[in-house]
Structures are given as structure tokens and as C-alpha cells.
Design a protein around this ligand. Sequence first.
Ligand SMILES: C[S@@+](CC[C@H](N)C(=O)[O-])C[C@H]1O[C@@H](n2cnc3c(N)ncnc32)[C@H](O)[C@@H]1O
Length: 298
Amino acid sequence: MDDAHRQDHAEQAETGSPAQDPRARISALFDAVADTYDQVGVPFFAPIGQGLIDALDPRPGERALDLGCGRGAALLPVARAVGPTGRVLGGDLSPNMVAACRRLAAEEALAHVEVRVMDAQDPPGPDDGHPLDLDLISSSLVVFFLPDPLAALGRWLPLLRPGGRVGLSTFADQDPTWQRVDEVFHAHLPPELLDPRTSGRAGPFATDHGVEDLLQRAGFVDARTSHLALGVHFADAEQWYRFSMSVGQRAFWAAVPESERASVKAQAQDRLAEVAAADGSLTFAQDIRYTLATRPGG
Ligand SMILES: C[S@@+](CC[C@H](N)C(=O)[O-])C[C@H]1O[C@@H](n2cnc3c(N)ncnc32)[C@H](O)[C@@H]1O
């Protein structure tokens, strides 16, 4: 094996090979980024997760489930809000994300939090020691990764008490200039990474109505949407690169053959330079969609 192939091989082991089961691919990808995720000086997931929990408005004592919890961008705010008389269960496919989230919850002494490896497509029910009659389920930037989002939401519904609420965050409009930078990867992306669901910006996730309709078809009522306009600031092109390696976009880099990676990076840097401020910094806008709905009967 030459060096380039050895490197490709190592990265496939890290981010999962295209032929793998999608869950194994996602788990490997998020295992690889768990240490640096949202830790490169560009606040992204934390403000999005906080906004989702603000919209869900948890009260002290409530019981919550956060699916696809990652390092806890939504889980930690919901745990703070429900307080020690509440209970929070978090689940993620990636064992490294679960470990990071547990550690962060322990650092804040949030003893009412439990975090487990769990598949959000089919979360544990009453027979698995799951707390019944949840007051709320949150899931920030996850549902578009699921193999069958409609079926998953249908399974989440009976975990809630009647009147319990669900809140999802998904990506709405992305800054066209940021999109233009991301397009440097497109020629290299395998179909499973070009899948609209992976982007969270197409199919049922393309519009407010699409996500509301999905929730309603799963049996929820009173689906409603609000938005957060998030300004995402990079000190320079290098910080954009580090950010891209610390999030799901790392899979895009892994899809580019090692021999072409420097040229793709240079293309991205050229596109970034076109829109950089005089000091080299970059600010992009990302519109985040929050969709809330309710289990009927409350
Ligand atoms: C974009 S991250 C969001 C993480 C966290 N909610 C946040 O906002 O920072 C997506 C997360 O969903 C998890 N995930 C994807 N598919 C999943 C599934 N089927 N079951 C559980 N977790 C899943 C990934 O491992 C990853 O941690």
C-alpha cells in the first residue's frame, strides 16, 4: 500500500467506508470528531441547542429525552432547566459522543442525567427501563441522519405523556457564499453524502412546512416553527478548515482522495478569500429552523 492509499485507508476506518451500514458510518464519523466537536472556537452547536431548549421551555421537575445528544448542546441546557427534581436521558449512536456528554454532565454535577448509546431510529421503550410519560423530547440537528425519519418520529410519540412536546432543530437557509465554499467537495462526494437527508436541507427538511408535515404524519399535533439567524464567525480560512474537520463535514474531507486534498483546500481558500473581511475573517449566516409539536390528548 503506498502512502496515499494508507492514508485513505486510515481515514475510512475513522469515518466509515461507503459500503458500511449507515449507522456504523455515522457512529464512526461522530466518534472521530467527538473530542474537537464545537471546540475550535466557533460557537455553533451550543447556541443552536440552547435555542431549541429555550423554545421547548422546560420547567423544573420535567422528564426529558434528548436524542442524538452529541456532546450535549441541547442535553446540558435541558438538564440545567429541569434541575435536580427532573430527569434527563440522552442517547447517541457514537460511544465517544456518549462518553464526552457524560463527562460534561458530571463536570456540572448534573446527577439527574443519564447518557447511553442508543439508536434514535428506535429508542428504548417501557420494557428497557425507559422512563414513561416523558414531558419532552429534544433532538438537535439529528433527524435528517435517521434512515426513516417518519417511522422514528412515530416511535418517539408514545414515549411522551399526552400533551408532551417534541422539538427538532434542522438546517434552514445557508448563506449562499458558505454554500459556494462547500461546493468544492461535490465532485468527490459519494451518493450517500449527497443524499438530501445528509444535508438536512432538502426533501422534508427543505421547508418549514415539510418538517411540520412530517411531525403531523407521525401523529403529533400543533406543529409550529420558529427560526434562529445564527452568525458564524471564522477568524480566518484556517479556522474554517479546523471547523470543517471537527464536524460532520469531516466525512467530506475523507471522501476526497489524499492526492487531491491540497487542491480542494486551495479551491476552498480561494472562495473564502473572495468574501473575507480586510483582516481575513469570515462571517456567514446560518438560518436554523426549530419545529415543535405536541402529543395529542394533553
Ligand atoms: C450534528 S450532530 C448533533 C449532536 C447534538 N445534538 C448537537 O446539537 O451538538 C448529530 C448527532 O446525531 C447522532 N446520530 C446520528 N444518527 C443517530 C441515530 N440513529 N441514533 C442516535 N444518534 C444518532 C450522531 O452520532 C451525532 O452525535
